[in-house]
Ligand binder design. Sequence first.
Ligand SMILES: [Zn+2]
Length: 362
Amino acid sequence: MEKLIDEVWSLALQRISKKEPPTARPSLGDDIDLYVPQTRALLLMEANPAVASLIYHASYEAANRNAYVILRKLGMPADYFWKFEYWPQERAFEALGKVLNRVFAAMLGQSKEGRLELVEVNAERLRFTVAFADCAECAGVTAGRGLCCFHAAMFAGIIAAAMNKDMDGFETACSAQGDATCTFLIGKRDEPEIGVGVSDYLAPKALELIMADRLNRCLQGHPLRSLGNLVNIGYYQALVTNCVITNPKLFSMSSFNVGVECGAKTAAVITEFYQEHQVEVIKRYYGQLRHLDVRAIAVGDNVDIVLGECAEVAATLKSKELLGFLFGELQGLVSHLINRRMVYTESWFEDTALRVRLSPQV
Ligand SMILES: [Zn+2]
């Protein structure tokens, strides 16, 4: 699983070094509608508030590990920022800003995750403020709290790799709360104020999402940010992996249950939107979101769903543990559409396609 995340980082790095990696999906392309990663993470967080903390820790580890390698590749020695606390403020700001812009802001811009900018540096206390405009994690979502823990951890992990110290970060402003941009404060992990900030930020809080409303806006193509409504599938793959990485079997199962519910709600919204009630409506839905290509085939009493160009499945890694939510969603969607309780029974890869079997519940 870690390999998958590292591959996402390496592809992002290739894109900014003008070595355009090959397109993984010939007809759907490399991007996916923001709605897909957002609902995936937020519905899981809503069902299990501990998910925010899981995403945070997995994202921190991945960012720290990969940023460390990238910085060494750039020829920056591990002790480059040694004694950063004694640097004059201006020099500290300029040097770190350069590193962030040259690599990490470029990667995030290229993948359309958002626009990263270093806002303030307090060299003496090792405190950093970064802004992230057009954040993919929360664009178009409304919530009473900051939601962007994947990026909070990513920025903390990157700066930690540059400083060669343990750092942590949390949001002090979030677009989901109506703030203009998501803003993150990053500081030393052992500083009480940072520790308290992070545990408050990750503490389980109820989320009440209005999924149907967000889905309608997505289907209507309502523009959400200046970077557009799409984001690179690598971001989605990293996010999904972070959700299940601590205990893939367990989290794949709980994702399945959340997916079933999501599928049932989705069926109601898409039949209304497309004015189409047959099972074929899912092809239009998944296609419009650039999530996957889909074909439904009746096999006796079963319904087989053949998935192609599935965003969750990277070219090199075919892990079913990342597909729990999708299997559940298909079960919920199809049961609702054909008005018969179907259950997921099995799935298997057929060359690059994935075949999912739904059978009538006995
Ligand atoms: Zn945010």
